[in-house]
Design a protein. Structure first.
Length: 72
C-alpha cells in the first residue's frame, strides 16, 4: 500500500471555522463603524436649511456628530 505524501493544502481557517467567523464578524463591525463615522461627518456638513428639512436643529446635529464612531 502506498501512502500519499502530499501535504494538506487546506487553509488553516478552513480547519478552524471559528477563526473565519471571528474575522468576518470583526470586518463587518469595522464597516458599520466606518459608515457611522461618514454619516456623522456628513450630518455636520449640512447647512441649517437642510437640517430643518430633516427635522433637526444645529444643536441636535452637533450632539450626534460629536459622538465617537463606536457609540450608537
Amino acid at each position: 500500500m502506498i501512502r500519499d505524501a502530499t501535504p494538506c493544502l487546506e487553509p488553516s481557517a478552513a480547519r478552524r471555522p471559528g477563526v473565519r467567523d471571528a474575522w468576518v464578524t470583526a470586518f463587518a463591525q469595522m464597516r458599520r463603524w466606518y459608515a457611522l463615522y461618514r454619516q456623522r461627518r456628513a450630518l455636520l456638513a449640512l447647512d441649517d436649511a437642510f437640517l430643518k428639512d430633516i427635522g433637526l436643529s444645529r444643536v441636535d446635529a452637533l450632539v450626534e456628530g460629536g459622538k465617537p464612531f463606536w457609540r450608537p
